[in-house]
Design a protein around this ligand. Structure first.
Ligand SMILES: *[C@@H]1O[C@H](CO)[C@@H](O)[C@H](O)[C@H]1NC(C)=O
Ligand SMILES: *[C@@H]1O[C@H](CO)[C@@H](O)[C@H](O)[C@H]1NC(C)=O
Length: 412
């Protein structure tokens, strides 16, 4: 009995450094609002017929909305808060809540993940950034500012993409190939996320190892398959086989277990629409309640998912209509004048699923608990989330529909 007690105490002791600092009410509230935004924005984007892969960081989008409300006045500012369901909260509460949330979830020391986030506001060469705005947007949202001259469009695009590459250690080489409207302000988020898993106990070594990778086909659709490296891992995971909805849900904890990746995949190749219709906060809670820890053999494409979205029209669909309208926008707290509107909101991220740095542990396969694993074979489109358990927010939400890879022979 005492062994169990000692283990439990060790677990507690290890958790202390990151658990001791409790999240404030402000940050907890804003985390909750950003989760609502996550589903709203995801659904708005999933409806877009031209959209394939999706990769969104709701907490980062939330801070961009915070930035718009910081720089805006009147309806321009209040709409940004409303999209975040924060219209009833006062400005200071919103800014400091979002700021605390972002600092907490992006703390790579506490979380042992690589999450590089670059945020920049580009303004036309003619504007002057107000000192107050520069100071506060840096303080709350870690935003940099830069003037950009689109008269030489090629070099303007080059400098945006170079900044993004630099910010992400080269993992995200391009935010955009073109900018159509060049007379406004641009918000650019450039991110790179990579989970690390290094756990001392065998049952916690749940990430993939490079010895367990081979080449397989990923079925984008019934008639289109691309070749991808596939990584395999058997371990004890939270798992639920939803027989009614014909889908599987599996959860892989990330280092320090402050967050986890949740994969939701239909049993067979099909357009994701059906599964996406189910996707909301309540359903996620229902699945979480039904998941049981058991042996699961997970196979996942070993890919870097690189996605860049221009969120402007999707945010407009959720109610951010004034900031993006040249004749109505009032972003005068940015420049001191009513001379600016928001022409683009680029949200670009690279997410790397890799095997690097994880110890190989052959003996786990001999263990009794590992017998008869359920198979979670991700060789067709699926939805995923990175959920943070400390703040109860969603760090990423997305779908993998078409991984990078060469077309393989047509399947029948
Ligand atoms: C990140 O987390 C570590 C360990 O919990 C803590 O000591 C440090 O102050 C945090 N850094 C920031 C910027 O919050
Ligand atoms: C995660 O932890 C490992 C092992 O302690 C360490 O080598 C690595 O640098 C850490 N990564 C980050 C991003 O903190």
């Amino acid at each position: 009995m005492w062994i169990i007690v000692v283990l439990a105490l060790c677990g507690l002791a290890m958790a202390v450094p990151s658990e001791d600092r409790k999240l404030s009410d402000k940050a907890t509230t804003l985390a909750d609002r950003s989760t609502t935004l996550a589903f709203n924005l995801y659904h708005a984007m999933a409806k877009d017929k031209d959209m394939e892969n999706i990769l969104l960081s709701p907490v980062v989008v939330a801070s961009s909305l915070g930035l718009v409300s910081l720089g805006g006045k009147a309806a321009t500012a209040s709409q940004a808060k409303a999209v975040l369901s924060a219209d009833k909260l006062n400005d200071d509460y919103v800014h400091s809540g979002l700021s605390e949330l972002l600092n907490e979830v992006s703390n790579s020391t506490a979380r042992n993940v690589t999450w590089k986030i670059g945020n920049r506001l580009y303004g036309p060469a003619s504007i002057n950034f107000a000192d107050d705005f520069v100071k506060n947007s840096k303080k709350h949202y870690n935003y940099e500012h830069s003037k950009i001259n689109f008269r030489d469009k090629r070099s303007a695009l080059k400098s945006i993409n170079e900044w993004a590459a630099q910010t992400t250690d080269g993992k995200l080489p391009e935010v955009t190939k073109d900018v159509e409207k060049t007379d406004g302000a641009l918000i650019v988020n450039a991110m790179f996320f990579k989970p690390h898993i290094k756990q001392p106990k065998w049952e916690d070594k749940l990430w993939f190892h490079h010895k367990m990778v081979d080449n397989r086909g990923f079925m984008v659709s019934r008639s289109y398959t691309v070749g991808v490296p596939m990584m395999h891992r058997t371990g004890l995971y939270n798992y639920y086989d939803d027989e009614t909805e014909k889908l599987q849900v599996v959860e892989m904890p990330l280092a320090h277990k402050l967050s986890s990746m949740i994969f939701i995949m239909p049993n067979h190749v099909e357009p994701l629409e059906r599964v996406e219709k189910l996707l909301n906060r309540e359903q996620l809670k229902t699945w979480a309640g039904k998941m049981k820890k058991r042996s699961v053999a997970i196979s996942l494409p070993k890919v870097v998912l690189e996605v860049s979205h221009d969120l402007q029209k999707h945010l407009a669909g959720l109610g951010l209509t004034e900031a993006i309208d040249k004749s109505k926008a009032d972003l005068s707290k940015i420049s001191g004048k009513k001379d600016l509107y928001l022409s683009n909101v680029f949200h670009a991220a690279a997410l790397e699923w890799d095997t690097e740095g994880n110890p190989y542990d052959a003996d786990i396969y001999g263990r009794e608990e590992m017998r008869n694993p359920k198979l979670f074979y991700a060789d067709h489109p699926f939805v995923f989330l990175i959920k943070d358990s400390k703040t109860n927010s969603i760090l990423f939400i997305g779908r993998l529909v078409r991984p990078k890879g060469d077309k393989m022979r047509d399947e029948l």
